[in-house]
Each structure stands twice: as structure tokens, then as C-alpha cells.
Write a protein that binds this ligand. Structure first.
Ligand code: ATP
Ligand code: MG
Length: 433
């Protein structure tokens, strides 16, 4: 019997996990600069939290949910995305209260689950990093968040990307446009895919998001929502594009873009990779404004803006652009023990070095000195400490700087009591030369 991971999931192994850490750490640093703080929500939620906010007719809720009834007969689901749980937490924990600075800015990262057909950049367990800001209708916030996402990709070394935006307007705009869209689509009813036929009356905007080839041809000629924006919606969108221009942030407008979730209003955006090797899954970041969502989940009327991005797709983009990730941190010290009688002393040495805040490793496989030196090389140890029977009897250890090849014997007590000074001495020599 041999076991395999579930379809559409990944083991993230050393060699790759460093890349994940680089992406996650870069995100944390950027978000701190922009003053976003982390919220961690449960991996599963009550089904209604997702169905109410994401929308019953979306692919996510109608086809992709990992939902089940637990032993207490509660209908729960693994979370398919991050915004609905964050909004639920925002309302439940009263984060709109007077003690919190507004807008309330938060970020999350972690696994999401969707029952999809797995392919490159499309998994059943994937990982998102996302941000949300609650409490401001200011279009400058829309622009700040899009700029932050672009900033993040720049920090990662990703260059071949484009920002695509659209506006879905407010409720009134959506209602007028909905009718215009139905009027346009009805004569094409017979040519539409089964899904789109069903959605035509349920939720016609969803048809614009169809991935079906024939649907796409029909949709390309559909009326543009931008022609239906009412005055406030138009003003908001113009303010956004004006500020993007002012900040010299390039963007494209795609009036057919609707995004896969029902909760958006006004500005929506996607960041797409233009790297030739990226293939079909080129949307790496997506988001927008969701002014009705907090109310939908039982909170007061609170505007919001946010985005989510798939870590797997960000990593694919980095690969496609051949981004070089900063070198793995080297090892500060490797302790070579010669002969089994040095076993305890070698352990004491690595522990003392680690206690001073340095990284250290040693051999645990009784390997010959030659093999141990080879390991030290492979790990790019800066210092190699060698201890044999003679050194042990004399109470000393031999320290070698790998950069200068300089060697010096130190009393064992020097390592245990002041390794930081030993390290500085051996490393400074390197700088002087
Ligand atoms: P798509 O149109 O590619 O299915 P979506 O509209 O369903 O994307 P969102 O729900 O907006 O995507 O999620 C935001 C981001 O999360 C996407 O841009 C993508 O980077 C990532 N993402 C979504 N679904 C998956 C998945 N199944 N596997 C990997 N990443 C995903
Ligand atoms: Mg999808």
C-alpha cells in the first residue's frame, strides 16, 4: 500500500519552502509599511458566511465548495477565499468600534480550498495573501491598495505585469446595467453555454465572467457597464483613474471584467502576468471595493476595499520571469568532531554558539572528518570549528574562517563564554584582507 497526497494539493518541501517564506516575509514587510495588521481566521466557517457573501450563483459557491455536515449536523465549509471570513470576524469582534483607527486595515495569509479541476496554477488547496480596509469610501484608498499590490510585486522582482481595472458602479448602476445586459443576451440565448443560459436571469453579470469560448465571443460585444455608471459612480471611477495617472501608474480598462465574486461595487482590478511562459492562469492578484458586504454579514453599512492573490501563481510568475531569490542564509558555524569521544563536547559547542544567536550545525552520523568538512562546505559555513582527542585534552578548539582560510586555536571557554567575540575576530580579519 502506498499513499499519495489528495489531488490538487502540494507538499511544499525544502528548496521550495524558502521561496514561500521569501514571498510571505516580503508581504509582511510591505504591509507593515502601509500599516496593515494580520488577522487569522479559522480554516472552516459556517456555510452561510461564504454563500451569503460570495454569492449562491458564483462558481465558488455552486461548484467549488468543500462543504460538509459535522458530527453535530452543522453545515460548515473549508474557506474558499479570505474576504468573507475577515468580514465575519470584523463584524463579530466589533472592529468598527470607536477604539480602532479608521480605516481598519488588515491582512491575512493561508490556505484556501476549492474543488476545481487541477492544473498549473489551479489547485484544490491553494494559498492566498490578501488585504482588506474597512470604513472609507475615499477613492484614494482604492488607489493606495492597488499601488501597494504593485509595490509588492516590484519588491519580489516581478516586472512583466499589468494592472487592469473596471468599475461595477453602485447598486443603482448595477440594476440598470443588469437589464441592459439581459436585453443584449436574450437574443443570443440559444448560443450560450448551459451555465450561462441558467445565469442569464439569475445573475447576468456572471455571464461576462464565463470561461466558455463561445460565450466569450458573444460577451465581447455586450454593452459596457461604464456607459451605465450613474453620477456618483462615474465620479468615483474618474477620481480613481485621475489619481492613477497622477501617480504615473499604468493601467488598462476592461469594461467586461466582473470578477468571480458577487460582492464587488465600484472599482475592481486584476494584476496579470505578461510573462510569455505564464500560460492560462495569468491573473495573480484580484480585488476591489465591496461597499455592501459588511452589511450583508450583519454589520452596519461599512465600505471596504481589498484584494487576494494566489501564492502559487506568484511563484509561477517569478519562475516565468526567472527572478533570482536572495541567497539562502549561510551557516555561521559547523563543528567537526573527530572521534567518538568528542561527541558531547561537539554538542556543547553547537549549543553555546546557538545561545549567542548564531546558526550552527554538526555531524550526528559518525562520519569521517573528510565527509564532515565536505558538509561544512556544502552548507557554506562561515566558520568551521574542529575538535579531536588532542584538542579535547588540551581544552581548545581549532577555528577556521572559510573565506580567508585563516586558522586559530581558541580555548573552549572562549566559545562557551564569548563566541560573539570569536566570531567577530575571525570575520573582521576577512574584511581587512
Ligand atoms: P480564476 O478566474 O483564475 O478562477 P478567481 O476569479 O476564481 O480566479 P479569486 O477568487 O478572485 O480568483 O481569487 C484571487 C486570486 O487567488 C486569483 O487571482 C488567483 O491568483 C488565486 N486563485 C484563485 N483560485 C485559485 C486556485 N484554485 N488555485 C490557485 N490559485 C487560485
Ligand atoms: Mg475561479
Amino acid at each position: 500500500m502506498s499513499y499519495q497526497k489528495p489531488k490538487g494539493t502540494n507538499d511544499i518541501l525544502p528548496g521550495t519552502s524558502e521561496k514561500w517564506q521569501f514571498v510571505e516575509e516580503t508581504a509582511r514587510l510591505i504591509f507593515k509599511d502601509y500599516q496593515y495588521q494580520e488577522i487569522r481566521t479559522p480554516i472552516f466557517e459556517h456555510y452561510e458566511v461564504i454563500s451569503r457573501s460570495v454569492g449562491d450563483t458564483t462558481d465558488i459557491v455552486s461548484k467549488e465548495m468543500y462543504d460538509f455536515y459535522d458530527k453535530g449536523d452543522r453545515h460548515v465549509t473549508l474557506r474558499p477565499e479570505g474576504t468573507a471570513p475577515i468580514v465575519r470576524a470584523f463584524v463579530e469582534n466589533k472592529l468598527y468600534g470607536p477604539e480602532y483607527t479608521k480605516p481598519y486595515k488588515t491582512y491575512y495569509m493561508g490556505p484556501m480550498f476549492r474543488y476545481e479541476r487541477p492544473q498549473a496554477g489551479r489547485l484544490r488547496q491553494f494559498h492566498q495573501i490578501g488585504v482588506e480596509a474597512f470604513g472609507s469610501e475615499n477613492p484614494a484608498l482604492d488607489v493606495e491598495i492597488m499601488a501597494m499590490a504593485l509595490d509588492f510585486f516590484k519588491q519580489l522582482g516581478i516586472q512583466q505585469i499589468k494592472l487592469v481595472i473596471n468599475s461595477l458602479g453602485d447598486k443603482e448602476t448595477r440594476a440598470t446595467y443588469r437589464q441592459a445586459l439581459i436585453d443584449y443576451l436574450e437574443p443570443h440565448m440559444a448560443e450560450l453555454s448551459e451555465d450561462s443560459q441558467r445565469r442569464l436571469h439569475e445573475n447576468p453579470l456572471r455571464v461576462l465572467d464565463s470561461k466558455d469560448k463561445k460565450d466569450k465571443v458573444i460577451v465581447a460585444e455586450a454593452p459596457s457597464i461604464l456607459d451605465y455608471l450613474n453620477e456618483p459612480s462615474k465620479a468615483h471611477f474618474e477620481a480613481v483613474t485621475d489619481m492613477l495617472d497622477l501617480l504615473e501608474i499604468p493601467y488598462e480598462i476592461d469594461s467586461n471584467m466582473v470578477r468571480g465574486l458577487d460582492y464587488y461595487t465600484h472599482t475592481i482590478f486584476e494584476i496579470m502576468s505578461e510573462a510569455p511562459k505564464m500560460g492560462a492562469q495569468s491573473t495573480i492578484c484580484a480585488g476591489g471595493r465591496y461597499n455592501g458586504l459588511v452589511e450583508e454579514l450583519g454589520g452596519s453599512d461599512t465600505p471596504g476595499f481589498g484584494f487576494g492573490m494566489g501564492i502559487e501563481r506568484v511563484l509561477l510568475t517569478m519562475e516565468a520571469e526567472e527572478v533570482v531569490i536572495p541567497a539562502l542564509s549561510e551557516l555561521d558555524a559547523y563543528v567537526v568532531g573527530i572521534g567518538s569521544e568528542t561527541n558531547v563536547a561537539a554538542l556543547q559547542l553547537v549549543q553555546s554558539i546557538r545561545n549567542f544567536g548564531f546558526s550552527a550545525d554538526r555531524d550526528y552520523m559518525n562520519r569521517k572528518p573528510k565527509a564532515q568538512f565536505k558538509t561544512a562546505d556544502k552548507l557554506q559555513a562561515k566558520l568551521v570549528l574542529t575538535i579531536g582527542e588532542n584538542e579535547l585534552n588540551e581544552g581548545i578548539v581549532n577555528v577556521k574562517s572559510m573565506a580567508t582560510r585563516e586558522e586559530k586555536a581558541f580555548p573552549l571557554s572562549a566559545i562557551h563564554d564569548s563566541f560573539d567575540e570569536v566570531y567577530d575576530e575571525m570575520m573582521t580579519k576577512m574584511i581587512e584582507e
